[in-house]
Design a protein around this ligand. Structure first.
Ligand SMILES: CC(C)(COP(=O)(O)OP(=O)(O)OC[C@H]1O[C@@H](n2cnc3c(N)ncnc32)[C@H](O)[C@@H]1OP(=O)(O)O)[C@@H](O)C(=O)NCCC(=O)NCCS
Length: 184
C-alpha cells in the first residue's frame, strides 16, 4: 500500500465543487446523482446531526464521507438513524488507506456525538473491517427489499441499546434520486 500523506478534516463550504468533481470521478455516470444527494443532505447536518469529512492531499480533496440522519421506526418512537453515504476516494488515491481513514473518522464523530449506531449499504468485504455487521441480525429492518441482506450493515456504538430495532426509514433524498438498493 502507498503511504502518500493526507489529512482528514471537516468539509468546508468552499470544498463543495471539489467534492462534486470527486464523486463524478469515483462513481462515473452515477456520480452526479450521488452528488445531488450530498447537496440535498449536507444542509441537514446543522439541524439533524451528522458529519461531512474530506481527505486532503497536496491541497486537493481526494476523499469524502457523509453521515446524515435518516430515521429508525422503533416500537417506542422514531429515533434518528445516522446513515453513512456516500464514501468516495479519488481513483488515483484508492488503495492507500484514505477510505478507511474517512470511515474511522466518521464513526468517531458519530460516537462522540452520542449516536448509538451508524448504518450503511455497502460491500461487507470492505466495511466489516471497521466493525460493520449485518444489521438484519440485530433486528434492523432494511428500508427496501432491493437491498441485499449482506449489504445492509450497522456499526454499533457505545450509546446503542437493544431496544433500538425497527424499520429504517431513509431520508427522502435517497428516494427522490432512486438511489436505494439495486434495481433489476
Ligand atoms: C470503496 C472506496 C471508498 C475504498 O476507498 P480506498 O481508499 O481505496 O480504501 P482503503 O485504501 O481504505 O482500503 C483498501 C482496501 O479495501 C479493499 N476494497 C476497496 N473497495 C472494496 C470493495 N468494494 N469490496 C471489497 N474490498 C474493497 C481494497 O481491495 C483494499 O484491500 P486491502 O486492504 O486488503 O489491500 C473507493 O474504492 C471508492 O471510492 N470506490 C468508488 C466509489 C464507491 O464504490 N464507494 C463506496 C460505495 S458503498
Amino acid at each position: 500500500m502507498r503511504v502518500d500523506p493526507f489529512i482528514i478534516r471537516t468539509e468546508q463550504p468552499h470544498d463543495a465543487e471539489a467534492v462534486a468533481r470527486l464523486h463524478i470521478a469515483a462513481f462515473g455516470d452515477h456520480g452526479r446523482t450521488v452528488n445531488a444527494i450530498v447537496d440535498d443532505l449536507r444542509p441537514t447536518i446543522a439541524d439533524l446531526g451528522g458529519s461531512s469529512f474530506v481527505a486532503e492531499a497536496d491541497g486537493e480533496v481526494v476523499g469524502h464521507v457523509l453521515v446524515t440522519a435518516s430515521l429508525l421506526d422503533t416500537a417506542a418512537r422514531l429515533v434518528p438513524a445516522p446513515v453513512l453515504s456516500p464514501l468516495a476516494v479519488a481513483p488515483a488515491r484508492q488503495g492507500a488507506g484514505v477510505g478507511g481513514a474517512l470511515v474511522r473518522r466518521a464513526l468517531e464523530a458519530a460516537s462522540a456525538s452520542g449516536s448509538p449506531f451508524v448504518l450503511l449499504e455497502g460491500d461487507p468485504r470492505y466495511y466489516s473491517r471497521f466493525g460493520f455487521r449485518p444489521a438484519g441480525e440485530l433486528g434492523f429492518r432494511k428500508p427496501s427489499l432491493r437491498i441485499p441482506d449482506a449489504a445492509f450493515q450497522v456499526a454499533l456504538l457505545p450509546a446503542y441499546e437493544p431496544w433500538m430495532t425497527g424499520t429504517v426509514v431513509y431520508a427522502w433524498s435517497f428516494w427522490a434520486h432512486d438511489a436505494v438498493g439495486l434495481r433489476a
